[in-house]
Write a protein of this length. Structure first.
Length: 83
């Protein structure tokens, strides 16, 4: 199954590692370091020009999504509940 992250971006649920609220970037030093490392390795994608509300980590990429982490988690949970 696939999860819509916003804009035209859809990822396979098998690739999904974690979904975080955007506030974690400011409140967690290790999260900020992780995102900085991903940026240096060109693994960060901004899905939209809208203000990001969540960070979605997949096996290959870190996405900044304009959709709230709560909504994305519901979408992911629906997949796992039906699997």
């Amino acid at each position: 199954m696939y999860i819509h992250l916003g804009g035209e971006k859809i990822v396979s649920s098998a690739e999904l590692v974690a979904i975080f609220d955007i506030s974690i970037e400011k409140s967690s030093k290790i999260s900020k370091q992780f995102v900085t490392y991903a940026q240096k390795n060109k693994q960060v994608v901004h899905i939209s020009e809208e203000e990001p509300k969540s960070i979605v980590v997949t096996k290959q990429t870190v996405y900044y999504s304009p959709i709230s982490s709560a909504t994305l988690k519901k979408r992911a949970h629906q997949f796992f509940a039906n699997a």
